[in-house]
Design a protein around this ligand. Structure first.
Ligand SMILES: [Zn+2]
Length: 559
């Protein structure tokens, strides 16, 4: 299949998963799980994309692979995120599907947070099957597994006990969810510290999980509980499943139920004594299944968000990244690093460098100079087994587009004029040819270019400065304006702005730069910035001049 794929993590894991499925004689199933308890951020995206790339590799090999996304929407609300009415604290302890939508538009809290993530997955070409854990639990799909766990509660308690580091009362009271590692451990006043039950009911009176099982009968499956809000109740688990298995038991139960052959999880679930280790024992000893092939994935950081306006709160989401990155590029950010390496998604000026790297890779691939592994990473980014993702037909440098967008804002007529001038050999005559990148550059300028870095072109000439020009300065401007339209292109203007100080000194245009010449060029550029945009720096001068057009330049620079 591949000549030299050594070092490609997706190939390596896919090979392991195929071997595991052959050993078991079962289907290929990869799994992701997310608790829709708040905005679903770029770290959570790795929970989906690591299995996605493996599933996609298997599908490219012509194999059937099911990718399930378990929505842990039957988890309790743990805390009210920043920006949401603190009155929602009343709902802490209720299932995420049983808490109202904070904005009032969706059926529930969980639906509110699922929607934007689902849209991002679609834009990224991720094909998977969503499973609502609320539906699974309340429909009774897991009834047999819950009864199995309750009958094996002593065995489960023994396994957990081998890894337990906290006092039992505390540990059993509230297992953290898979992606909610900063959750506070909940205290409950368990009357009998020796009783362990892997199932926690939601209170039938207040619908919170602030419950303690007080009695259980294996034969009748009758369960009694008290609730810390002063309620008490009973239910029969063979009829009514109003509650769920604790996380460390729930996870292996689902490996067995879905026949999961690959899953990845945050590094914090991957250490000795972690949920994965414990789950590996429980799935064998209680549920008669096997643990999946597993890799831990590292953190996803975001650069350049802290500086932004107060309207941007919390960790950025995949939707935020897709506002400024082409979808294949966001896939590339995740696929080009092994899961155990941390990655950073740039929202600051580094985003320009990321685009440059992406364009350089495309050029290397087109020229046959890319390494096999980097070419594979690009393949996996631009298409899936089932779908090609939209690329920008004419990918002009992002930094240039951002500079022009900063100068002309939403003016499409000006934009098209400038873009034509930027591409003299094969002019762009339709802005659609530079989409979606143009829209992404405009969004980046609007959302992430700090106010102090925005370019404000002067409306009027700086008459005071013009009146105080030195004779050499006046001469330099005249030389520039005389030659301005001889070669109206980026290259032509670049040659001109570097050339004027040479002409002034009677040097040939191909004179290599000396320290003295460099100083003269820097002073000339600073003068141009000052007269055009009122500060000593700005976008690259050729881009700036091209964007302004000859008439405006003459107005601002004529002595
Ligand atoms: Zn209650």
């Amino acid at each position: 299949l591949a000549r030299e794929r050594h070092g490609d993590w997706v190939t390596e894991i896919a090979d392991r998963v195929v071997r595991e499925a052959e050993r078991r004689g079962g289907p290929l199933v990869v799994a992701s799980g997310i608790s829709p308890s708040g905005p679903i951020h770029l770290g959570n995206l790795r929970e989906v994309l690591v299995p996605h790339f493996v599933a996609d590799e298997l599908r490219r090999r012509g194999l059937e692979c099911r990718h399930v996304l378990s929505w842990d929407d039957y988890d309790r609300l743990r805390k009210v995120p920043a920006g949401v009415d603190p009155a929602f604290a009343e709902h802490i302890g209720r299932a995420l599907t049983d808490v109202p939508d904070p904005c009032g538009e969706h059926a529930s809290w969980s639906d509110h947070f699922k929607g934007p993530f689902r849209a991002a997955l679609d834009a990224l070409g991720v094909e998977l099957t969503e499973i609502s854990q609320t539906e699974q639990y309340t429909s009774g799909a897991y009834r047999e597994q819950i009864l199995l766990a309750m009958r094996n509660r002593q065995k489960i308690d023994d396994v957990l006990g081998r890894y337990r580091t906290l006092p039992k009362k505390k540990a059993a009271a509230d297992e953290p969810d898979r992606l909610d590692t900063d959750a506070q451990t909940l205290e409950t006043d368990a009357p009998d510290e020796d009783a362990y039950y892997p199932f926690k009911p939601y209170c039938q009176t207040c619908r919170r999980d602030t419950t303690t099982v007080t009695a259980w009968d294996d034969a009748s499956t009758a369960l009694e509980y008290t609730c810390s809000y002063g309620h008490a109740g009973s239910l029969r688990l063979n009829e009514d499943v109003a509650g769920k298995l604790v996380w460390k038991v729930d996870w292996p139960m689902r490996w067995a139920y879905e026949g999961v052959t690959f899953e990845s999880g945050g590094v914090d679930h991957s250490s000795p004594g972690s949920s994965f280790t414990v789950g590996g024992e429980l799935v064998r000893e209680v549920f008669g299944g096997l643990p999946p092939v597993y890799v831990g994935y590292s953190f996803v950081g975001a650069a350049g968000r802290a500086k932004m306006s107060g309207s941007v709160g919390g960790a950025p989401t995949p939707g935020d990244a897709l506002d400024i990155l082409e979808a294949p590029m966001l896939r590339w950010v995740y696929v080009r690093r092994r899961p155990n390496q941390a990655i950073t998604v740039a929202f600051d000026a580094e985003v320009g460098r990321l685009y440059d790297e992406w364009d350089a890779l495309a050029a290397r691939v087109a020229g046959g100079q890319a390494t096999e592994v980097s070419a594979l990473a690009r393949d996996r980014s631009v298409a899936t087994a089932g779908r090609t993702l939209p690329l920008t037909p004419r990918p002009l440098p992002f930094r240039t587009l951002a500079s022009v967008a900063d100068l002309v804002a939403g003016d499409d007529v000006q934009m098209l004029r400038i873009v034509k001038d930027l591409t003299p050999g094969d002019p762009v005559t339709d802005l659609d040819r530079i989409q979606p990148r143009l829209g992404l550059a405009r969004a980046w300028v609007a959302g992430y270019l700090p106010a102090e870095d925005r370019t404000q072109v002067r409306d009027e000439p700086d008459r005071k400065r013009m009146a105080s020009l030195s004779e050499p300065e006046r001469e330099a401007l005249t030389l520039l304006l005389e030659r301005l339209e001889l070669d109206w292109s980026l290259e032509g203007l670049s040659g001109l702005v570097y050339g004027v100080p040479k002409i002034q000194r009677g040097l040939p245009l191909d004179t290599p730069p000396t320290p003295e010449l460099k100083t003269a060029q820097r002073e000339f550029f600073a003068l141009l910035y000052e007269l055009l945009v009122g500060r000593d720096t700005g976008p690259r001068l050729p881009t700036l001049l091209l964007s302004l057009g000859p008439a405006r330049i003459r107005t601002l620079l004529t002595p």
